[in-house]
Ligand binder design. Structure first.
Ligand SMILES: *Cc1c(COP(=O)(O)O)cnc(C)c1O
Length: 223
């Protein structure tokens, strides 16, 4: 299958209420243009430099999502245009996004990243540490950030029941945060979970955004 066919096939399996983030990392501009011509407007990248150069070259009605780990010193490069940051995993990063969004006269939509996979945690909050850190946190102190939900990844495994239980855990974290911090916040609605191998399971467990790369664009080549 070519990229058009793969895209249309994946798209046909995703309910309209779920947003497809086409993960274009490492892929050329031409591939993004192909999907753009089919109507896709939401693309995900995980490296700041690549994101900025693609933003500069491509149509300005594309909504760019930052899905990879973001260093605080790089926020300034994407703050003027980024649509959603999926990977907010520290208080420091949230503060910096707020500052740089303010400088650009913007409000940036953000997702809090949670770690539920069984692999060693590289990035992402655990629910307990999040509660300690953000206990009584007044999120209105970040007027240029809009926290619209959470993001997470399942374990890298073929064990579907483990993957499903991890997505279920993310949904439960979302519900708890909603109750504890965002009960009056009409924007806190999103659960970003599911990739090429597991997006259907993620949707069944409540995903509102799925991040699909290789099954649309083909396998990535990292050299
Ligand atoms: C690369 C990546 C994806 C897409 O992965 P595929 O398996 O290619 O669909 C999704 N989410 C994150 C955070 C990624 O880094």
């Amino acid at each position: 299958m070519n990229i058009e066919q793969s895209y249309l096939k994946i798209k046909s399996t995703i309910p309209q209420s779920v947003k497809l983030v086409a993960v274009s990392k490492t892929k050329p501009i031409e591939d993004i243009k192909t999907l753009y011509s089919l109507g896709q407007r939401v693309f995900g990248e995980n490296k700041v430099q690549e994101l900025v150069s693609k933003y500069e070259e491509l149509p300005k009605d594309i909504q760019w999502h930052m899905i990879g780990h973001l260093q605080t010193n790089k926020v300034k490069y994407i703050a003027p245009f980024i649509s959603v940051i999926h990977s907010v995993d520290s208080f420091k990063l949230l503060t910096e996004i707020n500052n740089k969004a303010k400088n650009s006269n913007r409000t940036i939509d953000c997702l809090l990243q949670f770690h539920v996979a069984k692999e060693e945690a590289k990035f992402g909050f655990k629910l307990d540490t999040f509660k300690e850190l953000f206990n009584n946190q007044d999120f209105t102190l970040f007027p240029n950030v809009r926290i619209i939900g959470i993001m997470g990844m399942a374990s890298f495994t073929s064990d579907k029941s483990l993957i499903i239980s991890e997505f279920n855990k993310l949904s439960s974290i979302f519900n708890q945060l909603k109750q504890l911090y965002f009960i009056d916040n009409k924007y806190f609605t999103e659960i970003s979970m599911g990739m090429s191998g597991d997006y259907l399971e993620a949707i069944a467990e409540g995903a509102t955004m799925v991040r699909v790369g290789s099954s649309i664009f083909g396998a990535r080549n990292y050299h």
